[in-house]
Design a protein around this ligand. Structure first.
Ligand SMILES: C[S@@+](CC[C@H](N)C(=O)[O-])C[C@H]1O[C@@H](n2cnc3c(N)ncnc32)[C@H](O)[C@@H]1O
Length: 266
């Protein structure tokens, strides 16, 4: 099969009909980790989004998901990121003709430039674990959401808690590459019950749904195959199908959580 057909096939899934329409090369060129469009569509399946809503896409990377939400649901998106400058995101927004509905912003997660209660909803794909595991972060972050609005995240997560010693496939060196499990980052991966407790404890939100995405490990592996099929060398995360194959969904996957901010909440 020609390379681009295989790539297209790998990125086409019945369960994600919206994401499957997008150009495979565009997805690879803008990727920063496991297919953000799959994660975004998965979130949209449990989180109501309607035209005209003001949405914060927190940690949007190169803005693919911001473009996706604006196009697919008619929402207006503030595409907030730290590592990718707003001017880079703007190029794609402009190319998509969404200049009036996607606004790229460069801002750090603890210094957000928005008015209190400005957003109708907040989404975050493969990003919240970088700053949101701090016990006090939700108090700060949720103030930008109007009471009754929803926050939805999808993060790399764990089917069950991991404790040292870790399974050898996670910690072995891969030739000259470091181990897949980067201890300075991966300990921010948690289970769905951990995330639920983390937010419920605060009393600021009511968690509506929190669970592993079905077959998340398989999705992640399929993504690794797509990177290989596209001969794509950059990934926000070490691409290594052997690790996900060895894991067989025992530990690795994605947690999806949606919560509603209490009416009368701060
Ligand atoms: C793995 S990338 C995912 C990007 C995008 N959501 C996607 O899935 O393609 C994580 C993103 O989180 C953002 N991020 C990490 N720490 C952040 C912080 N402290 N403040 C704002 N954004 C942050 C980074 O800028 C980065 O683009």
């Amino acid at each position: 099969m020609p390379m681009c057909d295989r790539l297209k096939n790998l990125l086409t899934l019945n369960r994600f009909p919206r994401a499957s329409k997008y150009d495979a090369r565009w997805i690879l060129d803008n990727e920063m980790g496991p297919n953000a469009l799959w994660l975004a569509e998965s979130l949209s399946q449990v989180m109501p989004l309607s035209p005209g809503m003001r949405i914060l896409d927190m940690g949007c990377g190169r803005g693919m998901t911001s473009i996706f939400f604006a196009k697919e649901f008619g929402v207006t998106v503030w595409a907030n990121d730290l590592w990718i400058p707003a001017r880079d995101v703007w190029k794609d927004v402009h190319a998509a003709g969404l200049e009036n509905r996607v606004f790229p912003i460069t801002a750090e997660a603890h210094a957000l430039p928005y008015a209190d209660a400005f957003f109708d909803a907040i989404v975050s794909l493969d990003s919240f674990h970088y700053y949101g595991t701090d016990d006090t972060y939700l108090r700060y972050f949720s103030r930008f959401l109007r009471p009754g609005g929803r926050i939805g995240i999808v993060v790399p997560g764990l089917v069950r808690e991991l404790r040292p010693p870790l399974p050898p496939y996670l910690t072995r060196r891969r030739g000259r590459q470091p181990p897949w499990w980067d201890p300075t980052e991966c300990w921010s991966f948690h289970t769905a019950p951990w995330w639920r407790r983390h937010w419920e404890h605060t009393g600021l939100v009511e968690v509506e749904t929190c669970a592993m995405i079905k077959d998340g490990g398989k999705l992640w592996l399929r993504w690794e195959h797509a990177l290989a099929a596209g001969k794509h060398s950059f990934s926000g995360f070490p691409a290594d199908p052997t690790v996900l194959r060895a894991d067989r969904g025992r530990y690795l996957g994605f947690v999806r959580m949606v919560a509603e901010k209490a009416e009368g909440g701060r």
